[in-house]
Ligand binder design. Structure first.
Ligand code: ADP
Ligand code: MG
Length: 583
């Protein structure tokens, strides 16, 4: 036993120091605190000062997945949080590593995914006097406005409470990103082992149920019963809540058509008779009472107004959300229902079961016929067997893959690759579609794919635009290193939106194009994975099936017609174009 430990023991316990007291340190306390709270995996990029933390965590039985870039580790942690309702943990080095992780932390917060970014930092004394430390940066101050909560721990005996606060902040109420700042000196602080053990906190009921007020339930039921053309909108909050049975019962027992937001697809199968996904425009425009279940009226729902939503004043909203301040964020919410989705939906069901009349048949028929017409219009486009492929024919093949393998997880990013896949690929099970989310951010692909495989053990199909893939492409090495069942399909159309732009001056490649006819499949082969180049939908389907059957890391370069895409996919209206452009 060291003299320091004897002193600490004597001072803090007020007792005569015993000879055999074990010691612990900051490294071990962080690991013990995470383990005590059921954390099983850390998404990590090693370096100063957290190299040994990752190493020790692995030795202590945590799964530590080391990435090549912190943004990808952070995205992995964020989606792990979405999939498990436990905060995903991302571990980074100081300043630049921290900043790289911060994009993912901010994105997690925006998407309401629970995650904790733990970054090592340099010494407070030097940082605060701005004396130029190694990787000097006031990380806590920088993180604060970009996440839900931020904490710093300076003393080893506070690690337990610091980790507990971070966990509770991440998962209670509206979930989000939390930053935990751990200065280098903390890790090697040594304290008495018993004191250390006693300082740990197991968070009890980290995300307590939030029961809606009876009056607000009654108000919502009254409004819903008055509806002639009711509609339910399911958002990714509903997927996150894991109240799958209650949500399904709400739709099926009420007989109300529903539109799923992107990451809520599969909560009920997209082929469900009450799905209005393929009649989305009609459903939003012509409905009179809309129940929002864990979906925000942000840009993805045209802010609840404008021509998407029909005549001004034609709509009344019931909104279920755990965050009271979400109500009236864009338009008046006639019946706010504040609480967790499970409790709120159960409360509505209780009321409906007492007295409910199915929605008018003409409304159901309007939706059904519109949906059938849209599906019939799309069908032939999906069946073409052309070479090079267009987006539709390639996605037609992948649509069949997911139909045959409904438990596979689909990761999806890009512009056309994203917007068209969202509409074309039907999902059959909850939390199987992971995509660019609220910000529409590029770069989530490989981080999400790794975490989806690690957290669920299911096969992952990552459908990536060639540009989108580039943001996280180096993680193919990570996928090979951990031998994960991930099949990446790159829709290679030689560029962003299209591969056809040219530099009018003739000097350089156009700003949106990449190397023509590149072979992304060779990247995978470089690390021992399987690479395949395909030019037809049949070849694509066969290659994906082989990857899914073998479980081997695979990258399929799917050659898409460079002229096939449209500018910004479905959101060209958000991409301003100069009217003064030279012809
Ligand atoms: P989408 O993009 O699918 O519309 P959003 O991210 O806009 O989804 O909305 C998700 C909403 O769900 C957020 O407002 C969030 O507060 C809410 N939410 C998340 N988890 C829960 C939960 N367990 N109970 C109730 N609401 C939740
Ligand atoms: Mg492209």
């Amino acid at each position: 036993m060291t003299a320091i430990a004897q002193n600490i023991d004597a001072i803090t316990a007020g007792a005569v120091p015993h000879q055999e007291t074990e010691l612990t340190d900051g490294f071990h306390l962080v690991i013990d605190a995470l383990k005590l709270n059921g954390i099983e995996t850390i998404y990590n990029v090693p370096g100063i000062p957290i190299t040994d933390l990752g190493r020790l965590a692995q030795a202590e039985g945590l799964r530590v997945i080391s990435f090549r870039h912190e943004q990808n580790a952070g995205n992995a942690a964020a989606i792990a949080g979405f999939l498990t309702k436990k905060p995903g943990i991302c571990l980074t080095v100081s300043a630049p590593g921290f900043l790289n992780g911060l994009t993912a932390l901010a994105n997690a917060t925006t998407n309401c995914f629970p995650m904790i970014l733990i970054s090592g930092s340099s010494e407070r004394e030097i940082v605060d006097l701005q004396q130029g430390d190694y990787e000097e940066m006031d990380q806590l101050a920088i993180a604060k406005p970009l996440c839900k909560a931020a904490f710093r721990v300076l003393h080893a005996e506070d690690i337990g409470i610091g980790v507990a606060r971070a966990i509770r902040a991440a998962v209670s109420g509206r979930p989000g990103g939390v930053y935990l700042d751990l200065p280098a000196k903390l890790f090697s602080q040594v304290i008495d082992g018993h004191l250390g053990a006693k300082s740990l906190v197991k968070v009890i009921d980290p995300a307590p149920a939030q029961i809606p007020a009876p009056a607000s339930v009654a108000r919502a039921l009254d409004l819903l019963k008055s509806a002639k053309r009711p509609l339910i909108v399911l958002g990714k909050g509903a997927a996150y809540a894991q109240a799958d049975e209650a949500v399904r019962a709400l739709v099926e027992e009420s007989g109300i058509p529903y539109v799923p937001m992107s990451m809520a697809k599969g909560l009920l199968p997209d082929t469900h008779p009450l799905s209005a996904g393929a009649a989305r425009s009609t459903a939003l425009k012509d409905s009179d009472v809309v129940v929002l279940v864990g979906a925000r009226l942000n840009w993805l729902l045209s802010h609840g107004k404008g021509k998407t939503w029909g005549e001004p004043g034609s709509k009344r909203f019931i909104q279920i959300d755990i965050e009271p301040r979400e109500m009236d964020s864009n338009v008046e919410i006639a019946a706010p229902l504040v609480g967790d989705i499970g409790s709120c939906v159960e409360a509505l069901l209780d009321g409906l079961r007492k007295d409910w009349k199915a929605p008018p048949a003409d409304w159901i028929e309007t939706i059904r016929s519109k949906k059938e017409a849209n599906i019939a219009k799309m069908a032939p486009k999906l069946m073409k067997n052309t070479s090079p492929m267009c987006f539709h024919s390639a996605l037609g093949a992948l649509r069949t893959v997911i139909k045959e393998r409904p438990d596979a997880i689909l990761v999806n990013e890009g512009a056309n690759t994203l917007d068209l896949a969202r509409g074309i690929i039907d999902m059959y099970q909850p939390r199987k579609r992971l995509d660019v989310g609220t910000w529409g951010v590029m770069g989530i692909g490989m981080g999400f794919a790794v975490a989806a495989a690690v957290e669920t053990g299911k096969p992952v199909l990552a459908v990536e635009g060639d540009s989108a893939f580039g943001f996280s492409g180096m993680e193919v090495e990570t996928i090979c290193r951990y031998d994960l069942p991930v099949c990446i399909v790159i829709f290679n159309n030689n560029g962003i939106y299209r591969g056809t732009d040219i530099d009018p001056t003739g000097r350089d490649p156009g700003t949106t194009v990449f190397v023509k006819d590149s072979r992304y499949d060779k990247m995978m082969e470089a690390f021992g994975g399987v690479g395949v180049n395909v030019t037809t939908p049949d070849e694509l389907k066969r290659a994906v099936d082989a990857a899914m059957d073998s479980g081997k890391p695979t990258l399929i370069n799917a050659v898409i017609d460079p002229a096939a895409g449209s500018e910004s996919g479905n959101i060209g209206s958000l991409n301003p174009q100069s009217t003064l452009k030279k012809k």
